[in-house]
Write a protein that binds this ligand. Sequence first.
Ligand code: ZN
Length: 248
Amino acid sequence: MNDQQLLRYSRHILLDEIGIEGQERILAAHALIIGAGGLGSPAALYLGSAGIGHITLVDDDAVDLTNLQRQIAHTSARVGQPKVTSAAEAVLAINPDAAITCIQARADATLLDGLVATATVVLDCTDNYATRHAINAACVRHAKPLVVGAAIRFDGQITVVDPRQANAPCYACIFAPNAEFEEVQCSTMGVFAPLVGIVGAMQAAEALKLVSGAGPSLAGRLLMLDARNMEWSALQVRRDTNCAVCAA
Ligand SMILES: [Zn+2]
């Protein structure tokens, strides 16, 4: 690290759990963030500010006026611009050293397979079950840690899938891929603005912990937030020995 970096990251370096070595690992890491909306915005801003060396953003959408209530990486001036380039501008304004790759595309299995293989950590900041399961399958296949976040109405959820841990469950162990889930999206159900900030910031925290080695991750635990009453609950989740994705 040069003098500027030692200053920029000094409050991390002061932490016993991170220090110089942990910050070096953060600087050397490649975070793949899928979804540059409500969860992806705070996740990208914190990972960029904290010095993740390379961030790849994937999203096929453009910034819309209805996004601005909660998707804090975007601005009124960037309505109509691709979300990936808008979020990249926001991160670079904080930390010009960040290397950001923008991919304006829908995350399908083929794209994910190539991208996940190159990542240190993956963040699922999407809003639909099909993509979530495709991301999980790619992370299991390439043995990459995955931080999964979800937020709808006043309900938030976060967990970590870490295929490097023998007994930790994957996303499909917890939520069966073939189950008939009612697809719920912000466009029809609404979402409380700071909820995506809370969950997205926690995703950044788990990603930074996984990369730097600061503390155990959420692997094996599913946290659920009821933001109406501001109550967290934690569920211990186990590996399904018959899981179609990770048991093979
Ligand atoms: Zn599984």
